[in-house]
Design a protein around this ligand. Structure first.
Ligand code: ZN
Length: 492
């Protein structure tokens, strides 16, 4: 009898472990509070902390009334701290915790849908001080690509790539999940976690019919050991092993980056974590940025990361604040923030006030240097519309390159570009190494059929190791410019 029962138990456990979450719990504790409310929260390590939500302030743009920044004041065991919300903010250390605020109720004022499942004024995530965000060894960076290799749209950032932000559109999609721009059919996507494929190629697993989003041929859904659903969207191709019902290992290939499904025509991976661990019990997005940051740092060991994002939306003549303060050095302290602006001027300091007289799409360059002499670059996109002619479109450009990791001198690197909102002109590449400019012409995207049409490709190699700031520009019929930058690192 014993000899029969034991294999049965093993078999049942195998079946269970293949079809259900293994009961692992995330490190972060989650709490929702109303303004003025105070609660004691037990952290993952058993310690307790009293959190009070004091105040929420939001900044709106004057074109769409979309929330561009959030300032949440909380008290942690009597110590006050201000937090941002989404938009490339990492958790902040205060007292014996790390804390962030992925969403506030204010987003519901003009959001086109509820992607958060929030019931109170704000949601907070709390980790013990010094703890990793995710259990070590359980989460990898899901793209084989350099950090910020192309444009991105992170949590709560209004989407702006493809046709750009439309000043006339007042219902806002506050982006849920993180978009990685990249090279079509070239950038490899891997599974961030172990898990079970519950949907691939439009096919879904029996018993898993409550999906928190689209089921499509370009979307893969994976159920993780935390019980979270991870969405990988817009795939150009899906790996043969990624089939509904298959178990996947962390780091296993899922497919290649594309612009299929509701991509808007730009090549990117939409990566989104969904959980029902919300106060409402409804599906909510778990902001992925901190987990992505941590996994990239663990895998690639960068000395310093420049962050100039999110993007900006302005009328001509209106001022905005560019902020490089979310940059971080792991080797020392950041000692300088240098901006190179599109008008040819330069400035020092993390925070800069800017305004623009001409409409267009600008890309402003941030260089950060740390106390050990390490440097990194990032770019912020500024989309400027003519206040006196608000219906006038601006050209919008997406640029990418492949490979973006481990480039050596003389390696061929493919540069890709596509411009939206214009049918005239060519894209002009400047590779930043003194070589002649190269002119290409991408196929004009069709709004009704944006998965068709090619990015323009050109191959370039760099003779010497170094940091290269590559620029691409296109003018539309009215002479309005769109610019993009890429940071290419060539190693010895
Ligand atoms: Zn997306």
């Amino acid at each position: 009898m014993k000899s029969l029962i034991l294999p049965l138990i093993i078999l049942m456990n195998l079946v269970l472990s293949c079809t259900q979450p293994t009961g692992l719990t995330p490190i972060r504790a989650v709490i929702e509070l109303d303004i003025g409310e105070s609660e004691e929260i037990t952290l993952n390590n058993g310690e307790k902390v009293r959190l009070t939500l004091m105040e929420i302030e939001v900044d709106l743009d004057s074109l769409r009334n979309a929330i561009r920044s959030v300032n949440v004041k909380v008290s942690v065991d009597g110590e006050e701290v201000c937090l941002g919300s989404g938009n490339y903010h990492l958790p902040v250390e205060v007292g014996n915790i790390q804390i962030d605020c992925p969403v506030v109720k204010n987003y519901y004022t003009n959001s086109n849908s509820d992607r958060w499942g929030l019931t109170k004024d704000a949601r907070f995530r709390l980790w013990p001080k010094g703890s990793s965000y995710m259990d070590p060894g359980t989460f990898v960076y899901p793209v084989k690509q350099k950090w910020f290799a192309s444009m991105s749209q992170s949590g709560n950032e209004p989407p702006y790539v493809d046709w750009g932000e439309d000043p006339a559109s007042k219902e806002i999609y506050y982006h849920s999940g993180h978009d990685f721009g990249g090279a079509e059919g070239m950038d490899e996507i891997v599974s961030a976690t172990d898990g079970l494929v519950i949907s691939a190629l439009g096919d879904t697993l029996e018993g898993y019919d409550d999906f928190p989003g689209d089921i499509r041929t370009d979307v893969v859904w994976i159920l993780t050991n935390l019980g979270w659903y991870i969405r990988y969207s817009h795939l150009d191709s899906t790996d043969a092993a990624i089939r509904t019902g298959a178990s996947v290992r962390m780091g296993q290939r899922i497919g290649f980056m594309g612009k299929q499904g509701g991509s808007g025509g730009w090549v990117h991976l939409h990566f989104e974590l969904k959980t029902r661990e919300t106060a409402s019990g409804n599906w909510g997005t778990e902001d992925a940025y901190a987990y992505l940051w941590e996994s990239y740092v663990n895998q690639y060991d960068p000395t310093v990361i420049a962050v100039a994002r999110p993007h900006h939306l302005l009328w001509t003549g209106q001022q905005t604040i560019l902020d490089g303060g979310k940059s971080k050095s792991y080797a020392g302290d950041i000692v300088s923030y240098e901006w190179a602006f599109s008008d040819g001027t330069n400035a020092e300091g993390a925070i800069q006030e800017r305004s623009y007289t001409m409409p267009g799409e600008y890309s402003e360059v941030l260089k950060v240097t740390d106390s050990k002499g390490n440097v990194d670059y990032d770019f912020t996109v500024v989309q400027v519309y003519d206040r006196d002619n608000p219906d006038q479109t601006i050209p919008v450009v997406q640029a990418a390159y492949h490979p973006s990791l481990d480039i050596k001198p003389d390696d061929p690197v493919t540069f890709l570009v596509r411009t939206f909102n214009t049918e005239v002109g060519s894209e002009i590449w400047d590779f930043g190494d003194g070589s002649p400019q190269v002119s290409v012409r991408s196929e004009t995207p069709d709004r009704q059929n944006y998965t068709e049409g090619k990015f323009a490709e050109t191959v370039h190699s760099f003779a010497e190791p170094g940091d290269y700031i590559v620029k691409v520009e296109r003018l539309d019929e009215a002479g309005i410019r769109a610019n993009a930058h890429l940071h290419v690192v060539v190693n010895d």
